[in-house]
Design a binder for this molecule. Structure first.
Ligand code: XMP
Length: 516
């Protein structure tokens, strides 16, 4: 792999993705990892990421200079560039002249790294220190007003660096520089594709599983569906999927799993209809956290019961269910416990939460992949597009989109309103522009309306369209007025009980994406 050494900024994941976009497999490692351990991974190349520290600050993460003697090509970015310069005897100075944001650089002889990119170009910078003198043996490739040495390389030792952030789109020729490093500097070929991932994972899964049986909980979301499809491709009927229908899904979603997904992949599916059980457990409960806890608890119990049945069935045939499939993605692995919502719920649903008689080993075929890569793998595996492109949807489902207690009737109302909103957003071609659009029923609020000839006293529906990169922060999406208008007219006309549609114009923070 290409190792991306994380110096603590938010850019390491982005760098890893850009390397993969160049069709070269990459992995993120912490800067605290020793050089021996890095080399033990047999890296094809190493990228040192940016980071918040000053190279000369107390406790600033340093780079062990032996890294540069290992014969592995290295590309230092921003802080990684300065750390490299400092480690090899160059001069890094605190100039006071900070460069932030779009910054013009002048490229002289672009060398290997900047070959084919113009003499003047805009890059994205964020630094206070600057490299004033390159280490011996390095050619200076570019300068900017605040950075006497803005890019350098030692072609013979295959060491390269830039002061700017090539991984952000605001750096005009950033991807070009990264590819120059990978292809020409490090001599790699771009041949890592979703097809390779599938082939590799199939082999690995077969090897791990042998002739044991495997179980997988399907939620209807992208991750568990693609993970299941991949395992199915590898071991066929040795896999049994369990789908708990808790009755809190949106219109058509249970059918998507039970009919479309099964038809597309051929998995053996055990459906548990637990709708009434969840309604009973949620009866009269309106506190959001209590609802979440109840839904999480009931989900685990129902899944456990189903898993026990699968284990017992297999046992009756002398077979052993040894493994559980999880749709863990790379960002979860890297952040290990960071984030909120999704991550917490996932840890809730994993093996740690299962009782002793249900101890499975994990199969996590998507552990190395980012979301967009999971989608590409899913499409390649023939998973239905409606599932592959499904926007994020919370585990507790519509249960946390009804403000008030959850009843069958309220679910029906919300499902109808949500279906209309989704239909109109899809028709307007907006699905991939928005991150997600929760539709919320304010079941405890009523307002006066006039519909037909009469006074009504119905409930409001809230539209919460958001744009986001990762759900940690979000902004409300400026949907076209005509789309909002169509959604509003249709919901108030077609959904009894609803006489008002309102738009949530709050960013996150302060508002979370979901209302509960
Ligand atoms: P919030 O409301 O915290 O949501 O801004 C951030 C993202 O997480 C989703 N979300 C969940 N996903 N289980 C999940 O799998 C949950 O319990 C959960 N709660 C929120 C939410 O839809 C948004 O994408």
């Amino acid at each position: 792999p290409v190792l991306v050494v994380d110096f603590g900024a938010q850019y390491a994941q982005l760098i890893a993705r850009r390397v993969r976009e160049a069709k070269v497999y990459s992995e993120i490692v912490p800067h605290t990892m020793g050089v021996d351990e890095m080399l033990a991974k047999d890296p094809a190349a190493i990228v040192l990421s940016g980071g918040p520290a000053s190279v000369y600050a107390d406790g600033a993460p340093a780079v062990d200079p032996t890294l540069f003697d290992a014969g592995v090509p290295v590309f230092g970015i921003c802080y990684g560039f300065q750390a490299m310069a400092a480690a090899l005897g160059g001069t890094v100075a605190h100039t006071g002249a900070r460069e932030y944001g779009g910054t013009e650089v002048r490229v002289g002889d672009g060398g290997t790294l900047l070959a084919g990119s113009p003499a003047a170009q805009t890059t994205w910078m964020s630094h206070g220190d600057a490299v004033h003198a390159a280490p011996a043996g390095f050619d200076v490739l570019a300068t900017s007003s605040g950075s006497p040495v803005a890019a350098f390389e030692d072609r013979n030792r295959r060491l390269f660096g830039v002061q700017w952030h090539p991984e952000v789109k605001h750096s005009q020729f950033g991807q070009k520089a990264l590819e120059n490093f990978l292809y020409d500097g490090a001599g790699l070929t771009g041949d890592w594709t979703p097809g390779n991932v599938i082939a590799e994972q199939e082999a690995a899964i077969r090897e791990q599983v042998g002739d044991a049986k495997v179980i997988c909980g399907l939620s209807g979301g992208v991750d568990s569906s693609v993970a299941a499809a991949l395992v199915q491709r590898a071991i066929g009927d040795q896999l049994t999927c369990v789908f708990v229908d808790h009755g809190l899904l949106r219109a058509g979603e249970a059918e998507q799993v039970e009919t479309d997904f099964v038809a597309a992949t051929g998995v053996t599916l055990k459906v548990v209809d637990a709708q009434q059980r969840f309604l009973d457990a949620l009866a009269g409960v309106s506190d959001p956290e209590t609802k979440r806890k109840i839904i999480g608890r009931e989900f685990i119990r129902v899944f456990e019961d189903a898993a026990r049945e699968v284990v017992a069935d297999a046992g009756a045939h002398g077979e052993d269910v040894k493994f559980l499939v999880q749709g863990t993605l790379y960002p979860d692995v890297v952040e290990s416990g960071g984030g909120e919502g999704a991550a917490n719920i996932k840890s809730h649903h994993n093996v740690g939460g299962l009782p002793d008689d249900l101890q499975f080993e994990l199969i996590e075929p998507l552990r190395a992949l980012f979301k967009d890569e999971v989608r590409a793998v899913g499409l390649e595996l023939g998973v239905p597009e409606a599932i592959v492109w499904r926007q994020p949807f919370p585990g507790p489902g519509l249960g946390i989109r009804i403000v008030g207690d959850v009843t069958a009737g309220r679910l029906e109302t919300l499902r109808a309103a949500d279906a209309i909103a989704r239909e109109e957003l899809t028709a307007a071609g907006l699905d991939r522009e928005i991150w997600q659009c929760p539709v919320v029923l304010l079941a405890d609020v009523r307002s006066v309306g006039v519909q037909g000839d009469g006074r009504t006293y119905g409930h409001p529906i809230v539209l919460r369209p958001v744009s986001s990169e990762d759900a940690m922060t979000a902004d409300w999406t400026r949907l076209p007025y005509d789309v909002l208008s169509r959604i509003s007219t249709r919901i108030t006309n077609e959904v009894a009980e609803v006489n008002r549609v309102v738009l949530d114009v709050t960013s996150k923070p302060p508002g979370t994406i979901e209302w509960e």
